[in-house]
Design a protein around this ligand. Structure first.
Ligand code: CDP
Ligand code: MG
Length: 765
């Protein structure tokens, strides 16, 4: 059951969480109270609607909507020229368009500019086209646009290609990890911020770009923050490079200051008032509350009054909510119209959006439905600013989002359901007021919003592990990472932990320089631990298998678990189980599929996600190419799968746990109590292994180890020599504290690293 939905306990303000402690400590947040007041004020201003009740306001079909539907009716019924004309009109109706020439003048006159505008004003889709039309890529160079999210990069590229009437991958392309849809012809390239970072690794000057747009900078993803630091230095070398930073209406001043008071331009927006309703009482189950609210809106307002957008935290929540709404609606309509299945209800369609969703399904979300149908879109925070879906008039906000949170005290990353910040809440509500006045339902009390929510979200750099970032910075020859120009400095503890982790992995030497192994690691587009096992597989003679395992770990979902067929699908999944290991289970799935010639039919029969597996195969081929380029000898382990487990252990010795009691595992480094996740091959085993390593830690009300492999404690000792001492593993009591073995530190070491070892040692010993 626990797999279905993350628990809703741990509501606002958890004093235990490092996340909140850090945030409170940060000197940047000194002004928090004032900011919060401002935001509250703004939120309140937004809440009042002129005149009478909102239901009346939205009940009136406003001009804009009828205008729009008239247009869409036109282009479906006529041939291409009319369709083109429509795109032109749509483009010109966006708020950005009126500022077109001012924007271009500003870009011409300044090396860096900050552009601020409401979501949906056309920043992402229009700006690159303006630059293109104005000749910024005439010399064959590229206008690069970064996006924090893969889904956004893809969907926006498709949209711009359509607007420019060119096939995707020619003038307009996109590139996300493991998926390059650009070509030598590409002049406007959308990509994730992570991709541009990796490109900086190959070409320090980013010479092929004439302009770089860092889009959605307010999201403050780790990669965006690091890019900003790198670009600040690069701009001095490349005086011809233009940098444009776009942001929703938060954080803009900060970017300007970071780039020597770069000019800011605010696109005059057009938004409609949104009535904000808070929950009267604390909400125990936000899914249940959201379902009730959505159904009530649907039953009490006219279909034409607008669509509904629900914010949830992630895929599980979204699917559970979608199912529950379907169920509830069937129940309601059964009484009314003698209906027995959801498909029979004709006036509604439900669209989930999350990153693992099939792209074709995602595209359908933007399509306008006919007048007799209402959309209910259930999304993660991707719909906050990255994607604009027209026609939304009702927003339901659960008040949470899923965040990767790093706890520097214990040195672990985990996914946690965390209350959103007030700025996010206002963004979410604002989605209801794009095409007319709207209503937002916040599934939390006004009091908790006022007292317990942060004014702005905590930037990722201050809450996740930085090992990959530090490795990247070191590869860019930035030796002193602690003094790198960060927009907001990460906690020093986190940086030191990362330096230490990289050192224990053998990626940096005692002087803080990248080793040969570290250089090899940085060439792989993977997390350090995965890079490490892939590289070590050469030595262990199991590269063929490890390529598969690493690729399978890089896709979101391997198995399908359709509703109503849970039992059947669980059984199908368990037939793939390799008793000792989820990693080997993944390998097993792949091998079986491969011997069935990647048949979609076979996938269907065995509840395996065909598309995901295709993706994994694609990733495997790409990684294989990277490995072959470096002339590594790649062998197969044959039937000796123990070697594979042993090799996996070399990269994950810092993520190991020891059996303690019947089912509980104790984390070896931190002493934290955990359980094996119910989806694991090891879950139902009568005789659980003494030691395991895991791929991911999922924190809900219980801590779960996700994707687990049994290991021999001697392997752990061998590969985690710096972390564990076998004698202490053997002697350790059941409820052990961490088993950290602080090594003697030699004299000839870099001061940064020395500090790292000292601090990490102190904390964990
Ligand atoms: O970036 P910003 O939020 O300022 O706006 P945008 O993403 O450029 O969106 C401008 C318009 O394009 C909106 O009306 C979107 O609904 C539309 N759009 C679309 O139809 N399909 C997409 N894949 C992306 C945007
Ligand atoms: Mg945008």
């Amino acid at each position: 059951e626990s797999t279905k939905r993350a628990d809703t306990v741990n509501p606002f303000r958890n004093p235990e969480s490092e996340f909140s402690v850090n945030a409170r400590k940060g000197s940047r947040l000194v002004n928090l109270k004032r900011q919060q007041k401002e935001l509250n004020q703004r939120a309140k201003e937004n809440t009042t609607v002129e005149g009478s009740k909102i239901s009346e306001a939205v009940g009136l079909k406003d001009e804009k909507i009828s205008e729009k539907s008239a247009k869409s009716a036109k282009y479906t019924s006529t041939e291409k020229p009319a369709y083109k004309e429509d795109i032109k009109a749509t483009r010109e109706s966006l708020p950005c368009f009126r500022s077109r020439s001012d924007l271009l003048t500003m870009v011409r006159d300044n090396q860096v500019c900050i552009i601020v505008g409401e979501t949906g004003s056309g920043k992402t889709t229009q700006l690159p086209q303006y630059l293109y039309e104005d000749g910024f890529s005439n010399d064959g160079r590229i206008i690069g646009v970064t996006q924090p999210r893969r889904v956004a990069a893809m969907s926006v590229a498709k949209r711009v290609a359509q607007e420019m009437d060119v096939p995707l991958k020619e003038e307009v392309g996109y590139s996300i990890r493991f998926e390059d849809f650009s070509s030598p012809k590409t002049r406007i390239k959308f990509m994730t911020d992570g991709i541009l970072l990796r490109e900086a690794l190959l070409d320090n000057n980013l010479d092929k770009y004439s302009c770089i747009i860092i889009d959605e900078a307010h999201e403050r993803t780790l990669s965006t923050d690091v890019l900003l630091g790198i670009l600040r230095t690069l701009l001095q070398r490349r005086k011809d490079l233009k940098l444009i930073i776009t942001s929703a209406t938060m954080n803009a001043a900060k970017f300007s200051k970071f780039f020597g008071n770069a000019p800011q331009f605010t696109i005059p927006g057009r938004t409609f008032p949104v009535e904000v309703n808070y929950s009267k009482y604390p909400v125990v189950d936000y899914v249940e509350a959201a379902v009730k609210q959505a159904v009530s809106i649907h039953m009490t307002t006219s279909i034409q009054s607008g669509d509904i957008l629900i914010f949830m935290t992630g895929q599980e929540d979204i699917e559970v909510t979608a199912d529950a709404i379907r169920e509830k609606l069937v129940e309601v309509y059964r009484k009314k119209d003698q209906i027995s299945t959801f498909e029979e209800i004709e006036n509604i369609e439900i669209f989930p959006i999350y990153s693992a969703l099939d792209p074709e399904l995602q595209n359908r979300i933007f399509k306008k439905l006919d007048e007799t149908k209402r959309k209910i879109v259930i999304a993660t925070n991707i719909a906050e600013t990255s994607l604009t879906i027209d026609g939304i008039r009702y927003v339901i906000d659960c008040g949470y989002s899923k965040l990767k949170v790093y706890n520097p005290r214990i040195g672990l990353d985990s996914l946690a359901i965390t209350p959103i910040a007030l700025a996010n809440a206002n963004q979410r509500s604002g989605r209801a007021g794009r095409t007319g006045p709207g209503v937002a339902y916040r599934l939390y009390t006004e009091e908790s919003a006022d007292n317990d929510m942060y004014a702005s979200p905590i930037p990722e750099i201050q809450r996740t592990s930085l090992s990959n970032t530090v490795l990247l910075l070191k590869s860019l020859h930035i030796k002193d990472v602690i003094n790198f120009p960060f927009l907001d400095s990460p906690p020093i503890q986190t940086l030191l932990n990362s330096l230490y982790e990289l050192w224990t992995m053998g990626a940096i030497d005692n002087f803080g320089y990248l080793t040969k192994f570290g250089t090899d690691m940085s060439k792989l587009p993977l997390q350090p631990a995965l890079s490490k096992i892939l590289l070590n597989s050469i030595r262990y003679g199991c590269s063929e298998e490890m390529l598969v395992i690493v690729s399978m770990l890089s896709i979101p979902q391997v198995f399908r678990r359709p509703k109503e067929r849970e039992k059947e699908s669980d059984q199908a999944r368990s037939r793939f189980f390799v008793a000792q290991s989820d990693h080997l289970t993944l390998l097993n799935v792949y091998l079986q599929l491969s011997s069935n010639r990647f048949s979609p039919k076979w996938c269907d029969k065995h509840f395996v996600q065909y598309k995901s597996l295709q993706k994994a195969e694609d990733i495997r081929k790409q990684l294989l190419r990277v490995m072959q380029k470096q002339n590594f000898s790649l062998k197969s382990a044959g039937s000796n799968w123990d070697v594979i487990r042993q090799c996996i252990c070399t990269g994950f010795s810092h993520q190991a746990a020891k059996l303690s009691g019947l089912k509980k595992y104790v984390h070896l480094r931190t002493g934290m109590h955990t359980l094996i996740h119910p989806t694991s091959a090891l879950y139902g085993m009568g005789d659980l292994p003494g030691y395991v390593i895991y791929n991911e830690l999922l924190m809900t009300s219980t801590e779960y180890l996700v994707c687990v492999t049994a290991v021999d404690p001697f392997w752990l000792m061998e590969s985690g020599l710096l972390l564990y001492d076998i004698k202490r593993i053997e002697e350790s009591k059941e409820t052990s504290d961490g088993l950290f073995n602080s090594n003697e530190v030699s004299k000839s070491e870099d001061s940064e690293l020395l500090e790292a070892k000292k601090v990490v040692g102190d904390k964990l010993d």
